[in-house]
Design a protein around this ligand. Structure first.
Ligand code: NAD
Length: 522
């Protein structure tokens, strides 16, 4: 194993601009609490989305390196599971404190590699940090149950860790999604192999460093890199007992199927097409701010981005106001003061989004606000698309059927609440949805009938806080939503129940003949 030289991810200073990096360093991987340089010759170039300057080269770890990560996690498992839950809780408290201390540094890494604005990147870290904070309640969350079945018999349940588990993460939340996994997987006594997105692993590397500083023993948290081959290795490695995946349907459905066929537990959060239904009785100004923020924030690259607007009745007349507010957003490098949204992740992603906008035009929709061709003066080479609004959209159009994952709002109009509900329910995705109304009964009807798994009532991005769970539905989650991230279901995913039934009969109750009937304990 080759120790990595002084690395950006371990430095105390961090970037605050999109300036070209003069000495580009390769991203290390992390095993046994050590940053290591990969011996591979196969690297993925990572470019700053605002400039397309090279930031780092991400290795595709070799099979031997991936095997070393598994061996490390296997060695660490038994001693780690033997530690007291209070010990693990104390490490989690330290981890939480270190994330807070390194909040700006984590956010800066995200802005540089992923492109979102620094303020938004701080939110990315915070939503993950909140999961780590909730994981500090492990002694409570890991409690089992006891029932005194009879005077001499009791049944108890224990929650036991699974062993080595793995997490495969997407590019759009480089801190939050690793933090959906690291805290809960480890505090419950498992050891973890994390594969961040090859497009922005910097935040995960900082989290690895903080995990080591917090006192996680060697091998409890490991980070490896790569793309499909690394994922296939994880899917087929028998020592890995469970996989947490967040990302696209294409990758996730494959991962769920192959991982499950190999006997692993798999939880997989997938793509989305989140609708907002707006009713004429809503608070118009609050709604416009909410929909513009949630459609275009993070350049639309959130799985809960509010990308589809269903305008009920006369609200279709509000489109010029929505377009006006969208136009006022500042599209710029994420480190620039006042930037509201940054670039999209890659030139390929920009081209894909632009082709979806073009397809809408070709299919007869209207481009009310066209963000194609926009470039901030200081960053002419970035992957820019300014807020775009497409109106007159119908469910048959490609821009409606596909997840655009860019700063594009598609708008449909209907006459009634019932029509809005039917339209939204006919969509195959079911991640999030929002309704804007001042009417309690309207909101209640919507809440009952809507099929999406996360509902906002006058709340544009209803991502549940970590004492709840992330409950997407339909095509937005694999396996029918049987296993969801964080909250109690997250603890359940990373633990196996063991149920013990004990009988303490008094001496004179010992009979002379074996009872061959099925015991009923009644
Ligand atoms: P992605 O599926 O391209 O990549 C996710 C991970 O899977 C990466 O680590 C990548 O290396 C790996 N991967 C990609 N293609 C693969 C393949 N064919 N075989 C094996 N592994 C593969 O997703 P992305 O572009 O990084 O993220 C955006 C997507 O994630 C969007 O669809 C978004 O809606 C979704 N997402 C969903 C949630 C949620 O909770 N539902 C949250 C965030 C993002």
């Amino acid at each position: 194993l080759i120790a990595a030289p002084a690395l950006a991810s371990t430095a105390t200073s961090f970037p605050t601009t999109h300036d070209k990096i003069t000495e580009v360093q390769d991203t290390p991987y992390f095993i046994d609490n050590k940053f290591l340089s990969s011996s591979t010759t196969d690297f993925i170039d990572l470019h700053d989305p605002a400039t397309n300057n090279l930031v780092t080269r991400v290795p595709k770890n070799t099979t031997e390196e991936l095997q070393a990560a598994v061996a490390s996690a296997q060695r660490a498992f038994e001693p780690w599971r033997q530690t007291s839950v209070l010990h693990r809780q104390a490490i989690m408290f330290k981890f939480v404190a270190l994330i807070r201390e390194n909040w700006d540094r984590l956010a800066a890494s995200i802005t540089l590699e992923q492109g979102k604005t620094f303020a938004d990147a701080k939110g990315d870290v915070l939503r993950g940090l909140q999961v780590a904070e909730a994981a500090c309640a492990a002694p409570e969350l890991l409690k089992g149950e006891v029932l005194e079945v009879a005077k001499d018999m009791e049944t108890r349940t224990y929650r036991e860790p699974l062993g080595v588990v793995a997490a495969i993460c997407p590019f759009n939340f480089p801190a939050m999604i690793p933090l959906w996994c690291i805290p809960i997987a480890t505090v419950t006594g498992n050891t973890l192999i994390l594969k961040p997105s090859e497009r922005d692993p910097g935040a995960a590397m900082i989290l690895a460093e903080l995990a080591q500083k917090a006192g996680f023993p060697e091998g409890v948290v490991n980070v490896v890199h790569g793309a499909h081959e690394a994922v296939n290795f994880i899917l087929d490695e028998p020592a890995i007992k469970a996989i947490s995946f967040v990302g696209s349907n294409k990758a996730g459905e494959y991962i769920f199927t192959r991982g499950s066929a190999n006997g692993k537990r798999v939880q997989a959060n997938l793509g989305a097409k989140n609708h907002a239904a707006v009713l004429p009785d809503c608070n118009k100004n609050q709604f416009i701010n909410a929909v513009v923020g949630a459609a275009f924030g993070a350049a639309g690259q959130r799985c809960m981005a509010l990308s589809t607007l269903v305008m009920v009745g006369e609200t279709k007349n509000w489109l010029p106001d929505i377009a006006e507010r969208a136009k006022s957003l500042s599209v710029n490098g994420g480190f620039e003061a006042g930037a509201d949204l940054g670039p999209v992740i890659t030139p390929q992603s920009k081209a894909r989004i632009e082709s979806l906008i073009a397809s809408a035009e070709a299919e007869g929709a209207t481009i009310l606000l066209d963000g194609r061709g926009y470039k901030p003066e200081k960053y002419p080479n970035g992957n820019w698309i300014a807020p775009t609004i497409i109106t007159g959209v119908t469910p048959e159009m490609q821009c409606y059927k596909e997840e655009i994952f860019g700063p594009v709002l598609v708008c449909l109009s209907v006459d009634t609440l019932d029509e809005a509900i039917d339209l939204i329910n006919a969509n195959e995705y079911g991640n999030g949805v929002a309704i804007f109304t001042r009417s309690g009964p309207t909101a209640e009807t919507f809440r009952r009938r809507i099929e999406a798994g996360q509902v906002g009532i006058n709340v544009p991005i209803p991502v549940p806080l970590p004492m709840f769970s992330f409950t997407g539905n339909k095509k937005s989650i694999a396996g029918g939503g049987a296993s969801t991230f964080y909250g109690r279901p997250g603890v359940n995913f990373y633990t196996q129940l063991k149920t013990v039934t004990a009988l303490w009969t008094s001496a004179d109750a010992i009979g002379k003949k074996a009872d061959v009937h099925m015991p009923t304990h009644s």
